[in-house]
Design a protein around this ligand. Structure first.
Ligand code: PGA
Length: 258
């Protein structure tokens, strides 16, 4: 059985002084409290770099895992503005997003740089949520499977040595921040396609255990339906994860489903 994961992605939002209030509201609204929920669901929040040190203290207090949103693949050197895996670990961070579509779109990340990052993180035992997803143009041209295959295979090949800490997030770009989530049926279809790719590249037992999250306008209203699908193992949640009440409601749906 795959343990469900609900992961928040705060993007470039939130300030340190807002953390205490956020976690206290979240803890109060989750049925039975966060610690209790964590027995059944993994909860993670990917925060901007400036929150990570404080976030890691809140992680110790509430048990919610705190992740970075990006990392560089080199160990150190002349890479102005970048952060290494060791730097994240120094402030208590053991997980990161990689290859979010906003990084691919605005910061020129490619399948090649995403692969470098996946390899570097997994080699240093850092958990990775690696994102894939097609644009609206690609979808309309009926290229969804081709694009998802290209992006996913690059990630899986990079994770070949030890995929145990890898999670895939399927985030159709047209669904991110638009309010237009994929239907549960469409998401399930693509998740199944990804699971078959995992089996082809890394074998049946890895395909059975690797989690695949859905992301893109996930909110309390569509959480139960998405999580009920057999190959949807959780969510990567942007806007709704910034509101502790909404995020807690989604966790509560996850608890009912688990
Ligand atoms: P959204 O973002 O939930 O606001 O659509 C999801 C994401 O980009 O990870």
């Amino acid at each position: 059985m795959r343990k469900p994961m609900l992961a928040g992605n705060w993007k470039m939002n939130m300030l340190n002084h807002q953390l205490a209030e956020f976690f206290s509201v979240l803890d109060a609204r989750v049925a039975g409290g966060l610690k209790n929920a964590l027995e059944k669901i993994d909860i993670l929040i990917a925060m901007p770099a400036t929150l990570l040190s404080n976030g890691s203290d809140f992680s110790s207090k509430y048990g919610v895992e705190v992740a970075a949103q990006n990392v560089h693949w080199q160990e150190s050197g002349a890479y102005t503005g970048e952060i290494s895996v060791a730097m994240l670990k120094e402030v208590g961070i053991q997980a990161t997003l990689i290859g979010h579509s906003e990084r691919r779109q605005y910061f020129a990340e490619t399948d090649e740089t995403v692969a470098e990052k996946v390899t570097a993180c997994l080699a240093q035992k850092m958990k990775v949520i690696a994102c894939v997803g097609e644009t609206i143009e690609e979808r309309e041209a009926e290229h969804t499977e081709k694009i998802i295959e290209k992006q996913t295979v690059a990630i899986l090949k990079a994770a070949n040595a030890d995929p145990s800490q890898l999670i895939i997030a399927y985030e159709p770009v047209w669904a991110i921040g638009t309010g237009l989530a994929a239907t549960a049926e469409h998401a399930q279809e693509v998740h199944k396609f990804i699971r078959d790719l995992i089996e082809r590249e890394l074998g049946a037992s890895t395909a059975e255990t690797m989690r695949i999250l859905y992301g893109g306008s996930m909110k309390p209203e569509n959480t139960a339906e998405l999580l009920a699908k057999p190959d949807i193992d959780g969510g990567l949640i942007g806007g709704a994860s910034l509101k502790p009440n909404s995020f807690a409601d989604m966790i509560n749906f996850g608890l009912l489903n688990s």
